[in-house]
Write a protein that binds this ligand. Structure first.
Ligand SMILES: C[S@@+](CC[C@H](N)C(=O)[O-])C[C@H]1O[C@@H](n2cnc3c(N)ncnc32)[C@H](O)[C@@H]1O
Length: 470
């Protein structure tokens, strides 16, 4: 018999019954004693004799799986399923075996089928969740862990997995961002001004609602029709619950979707009068700000819609910092030249401006400014001359944001005065440290490719980055 052939099951001859029973007893005893290798052929003989096949096949399949004979185990479970289609145990075990074989799509399909057949089974729910998480389907995995926990309340392992996955799905900065009173106050002031200007019937669109905070601010300011979207399902579910907790569920509809999936005539009954969207990352654009705002202007907003924020700029200064230099440059280590590894260093390094030791070598300069009321943006690259104000070795540019929310209302995370918010400052390292003197001018290329900032010394190889002081 080959490793993969299913066992056939003829009826036992009555004369052989006693011998077969004895073989089964032996197999069970051997298995109990941990001698699976000896138990296996005995179980096979029992099945070949057609004796208690429905009970023995799953036992033998389990042994084959434990002993690593996975195709044979699958074939045995196939035989179980041929006799009993939809058998949840067989589907569950086939799911696990396919998982071990790296066939995650098959594994998930079988575990799904098993759970559909036995929806009270917490083990299947848990294993399906694990398989989904391993396959990168984290939101669905989280839902499935929640179902497993509902079936086994208080199970610490499942609770731990839920915490772990939630933390993977929800970036750490959400909580410090929510606790950033200065940020919140600036957004609320702009929202109050917008609702006052556009009136309570104005339709408000909140892209990337997170906890629902900005939508609730709009509701508190008097807006009666607020459509919010949030792409991360667990965050969107939480926003709906928070909005209900605060009594605004009748005025705010949260859709679990990317803004690009929203449509007027479906999620929005008409184009919105006010857009509020805080999807700015520490380096300004990484959360696809430009694509998102362009799409909103094109499809979801009135031509004269009030846009909050209306502009955002990246500001920066030249810095020296031995601490940061050790994060981004490498040369000789333990007597070896490993300088080539420097090319693999970070292109941007989030830093905590007030906690990291760094020295300013220039005044603050605007690197990039994006007018978010504009309907179209091209990628951009300009030269920028930075006047050096102190002698030192420049590691790069430390950058932060200035957000223009409305007339007279702005917010920034300038490193001198911002220490406990969701945004960090970002070091844009140079390819190598540059020695500078007060009065020099450092020529940079600055701009963006619509998603990331570009900050590079110009013509460094040709020595053209630095215009020496006279
Ligand atoms: C920086 S948080 C801000 C949350 C909330 N608006 C606040 O200010 O407290 C941005 C949120 O927007 C979501 N997001 C980003 N781009 C989105 C888009 N185009 N459509 C829907 N959600 C988006 C992210 O998942 C994240 O939860």
């Amino acid at each position: 018999m080959t490793d993969t052939a299913p066992l056939c099951a003829p009826s036992p001859h009555p004369a052989d019954l006693a011998a077969i029973r004895a073989t089964l007893e032996e197999a069970l005893a051997l298995q109990q004693a941990g001698n699976l290798a000896a138990a296996e052929p005995r179980y096979r003989r029992v099945i070949e004799a057609g004796y208690r096949v429905a009970e023995v096949r799953p036992i033998l399949a389990g042994i084959m799986a434990v002993r690593g004979h996975l195709p044979a185990a699958l074939a045995l479970w196939d035989a179980v399923l041929a006799d009993d289609p939809g058998n949840p145990v067989a589907l569950h075990e086939q799911g696990l075996i396919n998982g071990r074989l790296g066939r995650s799509a098959d594994a998930i399909a079988m575990l799904r089928a098993s759970f559909a057949a036995d929806p009270e089974n917490a083990v299947t729910a848990n294993n399906l969740a694990v398989m989904l998480a391993d396959a990168g389907e984290r939101s669905e995995a989280l839902e499935m862990f929640a179902r497993a926990l509902a079936l086994q309340p208080g199970n610490l392992h499942i609770e731990h997995q839920i915490r772990r996955l939630s933390a993977e799905l929800v970036p750490f900065w959400h909580i410090p961002m929510l606790n950033d009173a200065r940020r919140n106050g600036a957004f609320e002031a702009a929202i109050i001004a917008a609702v006052a200007a556009a009136g309570p019937d104005a339709r408000v669109l909140d892209i990337g609602t997170g906890s629902g905070l900005l939508s609730m601010m709009a509701a508190r300011a008097g807006a009666s029709a607020i459509t919010a979207c949030e792409v991360v399902p667990v965050i969107a579910d939480t926003a709906r619950a928070i909005i209900a907790d605060n009594g605004y569920a009748d005025r705010i509809a949260v859709h679990t979707a990317l803004s690009s999936a929203l449509e007027v005539g479906r999620e929005l009954d008409a184009r919105a009068d006010i857009l509020v969207s805080e999807i700015l990352s520490s380096d300004l654009l990484t959360e696809k700000v430009i694509d998102t705002f362009e799409d909103a202007h094109a499809r979801l907003l009135k031509d004269d819609a009030i846009v909050i924020p209306r502009a955002a700029a990246a500001i920066g200064c030249l810095v020296e910092s031995p601490v940061l230099a050790d994060y981004v440059f490498v040369d000789r280590v333990s007597g070896f030249d490993v300088s080539r590894f420097g090319a693999l260093g970070p292109q941007k390094l989030p830093i905590h401006g007030t906690m990291t030791d760094w020295t300013r070598l220039s005044d603050d300069v605007e690197l990039v400014r994006i007018d978010l009321t504009q309907r179209r943006h091209d990628s951009d690259l300009q030269t920028l001359d930075i006047r050096v104000t102190a002698d030192g070795t420049a590691a790069g540019i430390v950058q932060w944001m200035h957000v223009d929310l409305a007339e007279g209302i702005s917010f920034d995370n300038h490193p001198d005065g911002y220490c406990d918010g969701g945004w960090l400052q970002v070091l844009h390292p140079f390819p190598a440290p540059i020695a500078v003197r007060a009065g020099d001018v450092l020529r940079l290329a600055v701009g963006h490719d619509r998603v990331t900032l570009i900050v590079r010394p110009l013509d460094l190889a040709a020595g053209g980055a630095l215009l020496q002081a006279a």
